[in-house]
Design a protein around this ligand. Structure first.
Ligand SMILES: Cc1ncc(COP(=O)(O)O)c(C=O)c1O
Length: 483
């Protein structure tokens, strides 16, 4: 049931919800009519009811700021935390709001008291800035170590679980018989290890490739070996089915509400179970109640922010119930991610990265190969050119990246998408005019002609021109190299 809708929300909820897809997009979102948004995973997208509720709260703050900050804020904040906690199966006192996943994860990692013997475990697909957070801690005295577990897709959940267990086991063994275990430490990619603690940063859903990890099993393994588990759940809430943190029992967990929960930027939900409150010495920034001994007091106020961002979580939860609830949203978006990306793979002549029979890695994001030759290196030049082409020229976006020697796209499916937009996606024609190094052989030219003809039917003048220009450029480059 929708709970006590404010006037801004009542206006919406007094009507029947729109059907998912185009109708919903037109009624509930602000998208430029020409834009094809297939990248909800990066920054989310705020629906009109949420934005209007946010505006309502913001105006209330400005109408009498002191009243809001000093009197009204505390019960409103408690209400949002309680609803978010219920959603995740945890206690309100275990649920806190921060501005984004980066801040939540940084706060957790910087609250550990580090020793030189400690090890932080990450993977080769840990989100860039979170990997850098681990490296920053490594580079700061007393310099704990970082051990990176290599993770290459395609793979299976079973393989990841086995690999993670072996990695942790190796670190634990190296820790207990440090002097004799140089071989083990080398295997775990750690130079030294003593009797220190091990803290594993585990993605629930990797950013790129956008794959659902067997994170609950990985958390369980951490429990078995006395390893701390810090779950980067940036993509989880609203995207992953049936999250129950009380059952999964990670040591810490953070998820962005502004991504898949369709709340307002900037808000993330941070789970700190009661058993770990003692570890949490400070918020970032430090609160005026330090040292308070109470996480609630710490997070009731730790610097002036726009609290309306946090309040908007209420509106997002209300709206999702109005639209039919989490199961209905999951069925639609997951189904669309699979169908849309499969059709895209057919058109592009490529494959999905999730090769498991039951698509165990696939949530509302699905990964498809881009038809770029493997002779093209995954440089930032190619990456930037692709992004620019997509956004500026074609008004469409999928998140592109390079993994395991190939180019891929992460396609997000949301309640405002339908399968239509997947089809005229522009990669084939875009590829023709990218500054792709390493494509100057006749075979490559023939390949690109053939691919482009097949994929675009060379029906549009635009595509033909791009193709001609591209091939001419390659020939020119080849000529230059000969002379
Ligand atoms: C896995 C993962 N972790 C952390 C982040 C950081 O999120 P934010 O930029 O909201 O702090 C992202 C962002 O996309 C992410 O994908």
């Amino acid at each position: 049931m929708v709970q006590n809708p404010s006037p801004a929300l009542q206006k919406w909820f007094s009507e029947d919800p729109p059907a998912f897809g185009r109708e919903l997009r037109e009624k509930l979102f602000y998208f430029d009519p020409e834009y094809i948004p297939l990248n909800h995973g990066s920054y989310g997208g705020t629906p009109k009811p949420v934005q209007e509720y946010f505006d309502e709260v913001d105006k209330r703050i400005e109408a009498n700021t002191d009243l809001f900050m000093r009197i009204d804020l505390a019960p409103l904040l408690a209400d949002v935390r309680e609803r978010a906690a219920n959603f995740l199966g945890i206690e309100t006192d275990e649920c806190y709001l921060v501005t984004n996943a980066s801040l939540g994860l940084n706060t957790i990692m910087r609250n550990f008291v580090w020793n030189a013997e400690d090890v932080i475990v990450t993977t080769s697909v840990t989100y860039g800035s979170i990997q850098k957070t681990a490296e920053y801690i490594r580079d700061t005295p007393p310099n704990p170590k970082v051990s990176v577990m290599q993770l290459i897709f395609p793979t299976t959940h079973a393989e990841i679980i086995a690999k993670f267990r072996a990695h942790i086991e190796c670190l634990v063994k190296a820790r207990t018989s440090f002097a004799q275990n140089w071989g083990l430490r080398k295997k775990c990619n750690v130079k030294t290890a003593g009797k220190g603690k091990i803290v594993a940063i585990i993605d629930s859903i990797v950013s790129t490739p956008g794959m659902l990890m067997p994170w609950k099993e990985m958390v369980e393994i951490c429990g078995e070996y006395g390893v701390w588990s810090v779950v980067d759940g940036a993509h989880s809430i609203g995207n992953e089915q049936g999250i129950n943190l009380c059952e999964a029992l990670p040591d810490f967990w953070v998820s962005n509400a502004h991504k898949w929960l369709t709340s307002k930027k900037s808000c993330a939900i941070m789970y700190v179970p009661q058993r770990n409150h003692h570890m949490f010495r400070t918020a970032i920034p430090t609160s005026s109640v330090y040292p308070s001994g109470s996480l609630k007091a710490t997070y009731d106020w730790n610097g002036t922010i726009d609290w309306a961002n946090y309040m908007a979580v209420n509106a997002a939860l209300d709206m999702r119930e109005w639209l039919g609830g989490e199961e209905k949203i999951w069925e639609y978006c997951h189904g669309l991610a699979v169908d849309g990306t499969r059709r895209l793979a057919e058109i592009l002549g490529t494959q999905l990265l999730d090769k498991t029979e039951n698509l165990e890695f696939t949530t509302m994001m699905c990964e498809v190969g881009l038809p770029i030759s493997s002779s093209v290196p995954g440089t930032s030049e190619v990456d930037v050119a692709f992004k620019r082409k997509m956004l500026v020229e074609r008004k469409a976006f999928i998140s592109n990246y390079y993994h395991n020697g190939k180019f891929w796209a992460r396609c997000s499916a949301q309640i405002y998408n339908d399968v239509g937009p997947y089809l005229p996606l522009p990669p084939p024609s875009i590829l023709a005019s990218l500054p792709l190094p390493g494509t100057s052989t006749d075979t490559e030219i023939r390949c690109r002609w053939k691919t482009l003809k097949k994929l675009d039917g060379s029906s549009s003048k635009f595509v033909r021109r791009l193709t001609r220009n591209s091939v001419a450029r390659i020939r020119r480059e080849r000529g230059r190299r000969r002379t």
